[in-house]
Ligand binder design. Structure first.
Ligand code: NAP
Length: 358
């Protein structure tokens, strides 16, 4: 009997904050094997161990020994490409990989809002992967680009999903407190952020507003019908290492009581197909009863960073209800989310599993 081999994958932007998270999460992954790493010309040609300023945990020895390649499809063979590229490079490079027949799973913003590109959180909107067919037809390529959302939008979308499904969100006001690791590495200068709050993150508010509408929208054949709610977002950078906190106030088509909303969040497990995938947490959402939770320091690693914690659901005197959600920005909000997307694509047969001897 031929054993299924792990699928070779390349990580683009492997030296950055999200790229490093890919390397960490893919170490020992049952379905994927990091075969190639790539970054800018600044890093190419050096071993990964030399090129990277490793931030957290152990750098796997087999990956440290790989030579960093340039981000060129002619120089990389892997059929699956995880992209943690800076947006200045992703716009040109990611389509080149899709044209070369690769499945590109990206964290960059460039293609998220294109009509034929899925923007996916597997538990929330796995059906949006149906856009891949339309994308291949429209662009004439055999590969595909699948995106995951802005990290703050991911946390908000997961927390809102059960409420939108059951009660129909009509409007939402969202204020974020976003960790410094969301700004990449080395990111925000320490003298700007220590003891401080920066009430501006470039382009973040419009991203949160439109990505929430797309993710919680409906797959209608070859396109997505955006969710009909309005969103008002405030984005703030705070002196937290990992974990974006999001305060939400919402009005609904069918106003739930706070206990009804809490039950909906507690019972929600998301799409059944996702359960049991290697990176899927047992609980995509965990409701916390403590009055002072969720907190990044205490809750950010719940579900190995894939569980979003929600708390403080209560009545709102302006809209209907308010609550707090928090999730790991480089895991659920970036690399872990991409890997879960790829696992779903393997399970649904869109990424082929190869069976070879041994
Ligand atoms: N951090 C988060 O929480 C988060 C969450 C969601 C999405 N994102 C998105 O994910 C992407 C990566 O973010 P990050 O925080 O990891 O950024 P980062 O730490 O600044 O890393 C950027 C990576 O892109 C590479 N790169 C830059 N210019 C390049 C070029 N011209 N050609 C090839 N490679 C190039 C860099 O390689 P060198 O080291 O060689 O320069 C590095 O590996 C961004 O698009 C970001 O918006 C980030």
């Amino acid at each position: 009997m031929n054993a299924p081999q792990r699928i070779p994958v390349a990580v683009l932007g492997a030296t950055g904050a999200v790229g490093q998270t890919f390397i960490r999460l893919l170490a020992g992954h049952p379905w994927f094997r990091v075969a190639e790493v790539a970054a800018s010309e600044r890093s190419a040609g050096r071993t990964y161990g030399e090129a990277v300023r490793w931030i957290e945990g152990e750098l796997p020895a087999d990956v440290a020994a790989l030579t960093v390649a340039p981000c060129d499809p002619a120089r990389l063979d892997s059929p699956v490409v995880f992209s943690a590229l800076d947006s200045s490079a992703a716009g040109e490079l990611e389509p080149a990989f899709a044209r070369a027949g690769r499945m590109v799973l990206t964290n960059a913003k460039n293609f998220r809002m294109e009509a034929d590109v899925p923007l996916v959180i597997p538990e929330v909107n796995a059906s949006h992967l149906g856009l891949i067919q339309a994308q291949r037809a429209a662009r004439g390529w055999n590969g595909a680009i699948v995106t995951n959302a802005n990290c703050a939008a991911t946390v908000a979308a997961l927390a809102m999903a059960p409420l939108h499904e059951k009660f129909g969100v009509r409007s939402v006001f969202v204020a974020t407190m976003q960790a410094v690791s969301g700004a990449g590495y080395p990111g925000v200068p320490s003298l700007d952020i220590l003891g401080n709050v920066i009430p501006y993150i470039g382009e973040e508010e419009p991203k949160i507003e439109r990505e929430l509408q797309k993710m919680l929208g409906r797959f209608a054949g070859a396109r997505i019908e955006a969710a009909p709610f309005v969103v008002s977002a405030h984005a703030n950078r705070v002196a937290v290492e990992h974990g974006h906190t999001v305060c939400l106030s919402m009005a609904f088509e069918a106003r739930p009581t706070a206990p009804q909303a809490i039950s909906a969040i507690r019972e929600w497990r998301g799409a059944a197909d996702v359960r049991g995938l290697p990176s899927a947490p047992t609980l995509p959402l965990r409701y916390r009863d403590e009055v002072d939770r969720p907190q990044p320091r205490r809750d950010v690693n719940d579900g190995r960073g894939m569980t979003v914690s929600v708390g403080r659901v209560r009545d709102d005197p302006i809209l209907h209800l308010r609550m707090v959600a928090m999730g790991h920005n480089t895991i659920r909000g970036a690399a872990g989310g991409s890997i879960l997307n790829a696992e779903l694509l393997v399970q649904s047969g869109i990424i082929a599993r190869v069976a070879r001897p041994g």
